[in-house]
Ligand binder design. Structure first.
Ligand SMILES: Cc1cc2nc3c(=O)[nH]c(=O)nc-3n(C[C@H](O)[C@H](O)[C@H](O)COP(=O)(O)OP(=O)(O)OC[C@H]3O[C@@H](n4cnc5c(N)ncnc54)[C@H](O)[C@@H]3O)c2cc1C
Length: 386
């Protein structure tokens, strides 16, 4: 017979969001006597991906960073922009270093338990939540769930949804001629003309870099499409012919207006991708995972709702931007060029981190003004779902 274990908080999934949340719990003395359980099924082998984000000054992850940059570049056929990351550094770490770092911290805390089990079901039962695992049932006062959101998988077609899909190569070159001072935020010079697609470059050493070909579009491509663009880019713009591919990473990240916050309940909070923690218009989530985890802790202390949602203004602006990218998918390079060219990098990064002032927002909206935005804005007024 299955035995029962009781906890204050249960975190289902020890991936990015689950570990960010557990890290915040273990870091806060207020929770030192709370029993916390983190469960992961470890079904698929954890890939060693590169997680990037930007933040001001020092951060919690500085000791495990792979690299950071103070300057970035944007290239397109409309023009180029030098981006100043001296205030908000652009930081990159390896996901396996992050997982190892957090798990080590958690293992030192007596009140936090990490276990392996496959969770089949989570249901509310009077005062408690029952987490039904293959091995056991677990009881918690509140559960944070980062398993894939099945409702979203069924319904995403009813909302404006794009996929950020990409293939990246980590290459090692014979000659040491990569410029490692600046990373490439977006390079639209080589791309499929009908889509928002660009190359992203993180130079780690003079002879080592990650080069990724990324689409913001409706559907994934065959592997050889990304490969063709990567080869062309390396030859034409990095001017490298002799290189070895030492690792690769690929992914599909949803960018959607789906209202994830509706899938949480009073005692079960969806977190991570399942909870809408991925910024719809960019696909970034690392920074949100940290910020939203801290907000959850704050709300627990204040007795407020633990469903963290985007502020309404950002939800609306993301919806419009996503709507424009979706309906005019070939115009992404022009949109991002206008945004980056007419605004200081700090303002854009504040805006994308959802920490901008109303003046910042107005300046960005004004810089983007075009008939396409007007059309999508009008649609948003009469369409219930965009
Ligand atoms: C290749 C790649 C690169 C990326 N790069 C960046 C980046 O540079 N910057 C950025 O901000 N974002 C990036 N992202 C996006 C973001 O990091 C991911 O979307 C993020 O991993 C989402 O976190 P999560 O906790 O929702 O999901 P996950 O990290 O996938 O965690 C979910 C966890 O739940 C576990 N689980 C699932 N089902 C069960 C079950 N039934 N029982 C028990 N456990 C279960 C899984 O094993 C997993 O560990 C990238 C994504 C990919 C794929």
């Amino acid at each position: 017979m299955k035995t029962i274990s009781q906890f204050d908080y249960i975190i289902v999934g020890g991936g990015l969001s689950g570990l960010h949340l557990s890290y915040s719990f273990q870091n806060d003395n207020y929770f030192k006597n709370h029993k916390i359980l983190v469960i992961d099924n470890f079904k698929s082998k954890k890939e060693n991906n590169f997680f990037s984000f930007w933040e001001k000054g020092k951060g919690n992850w500085d000791s495990i960073l792979k690299s950071k940059w103070r300057s970035g570049k944007f290239f397109s056929n409309y023009g180029n922009v030098n981006m100043d990351f001296s205030n908000y550094n652009y930081k990159t770490l390896n996901s396996l270093d992050f997982f190892k770092f957090v798990r080590k911290k958690l293992e030192k805390k007596k009140q936090i338990k990490l276990i392996k089990d496959n969770i089949l079901k989570i249901r509310e039962d009077n005062e408690k939540v029952v987490v039904v695992g293959n091995k056991k049932n677990y009881y918690g006062k509140h559960v944070f769930d980062s398993r894939p959101n099945k409702k979203f998988i069924r319904e995403f077609n009813n909302y404006t949804t794009l996929k950020q899909h990409f293939l990246g190569w980590i290459i090692k070159t014979k000659e040491k001629k990569i410029n490692k001072k600046s990373f490439v935020f977006m390079d639209y010079r080589i791309k499929d003309k009908s889509s928002t697609a660009f190359t992203y470059v993180l130079p780690f050493k003079k002879n080592k870099a990650l080069i990724e070909h990324t689409y913001f579009s409706k559907n994934e491509c065959e592997k050889n499409v990304y490969e063709k663009y990567l080869m062309e880019y390396i030859e034409k713009f990095l001017k490298i012919s002799d290189y070895e591919i030492i690792e690769s990473e690929s992914g599909v990240i949803p960018m959607t207006s789906y209202p994830f916050y509706k899938d949480s309940s009073k005692k079960i909070t969806k977190i991570g991708s399942a909870g809408g923690w991925i910024k719809p218009s960019t696909g970034y989530s690392f920074y949100n995972c940290e910020k939203y985890s801290l907000k959850i802790l704050k709300n627990i202390k204040k007795g407020k709702s633990l469903t963290i949602t985007q502020k309404k203004k950002y939800m609306f602006l993301d919806k419009i931007l996503l709507g424009v990218l979706s309906q005019f998918n070939h115009k992404g390079d022009m949109i991002f060029y206008k945004m980056l060219n007419k605004n200081k990098t700090d303002r854009i990064l504040r805006f994308l981190n959802e920490e901008s002032s109303n003046i910042d927002d107005l300046k960005i909206i004004f810089s983007l003004r075009s008939i396409d935005f007007v059309k999508v804005f009008i649609q948003s007024l009469y369409k219930k779902i965009l």
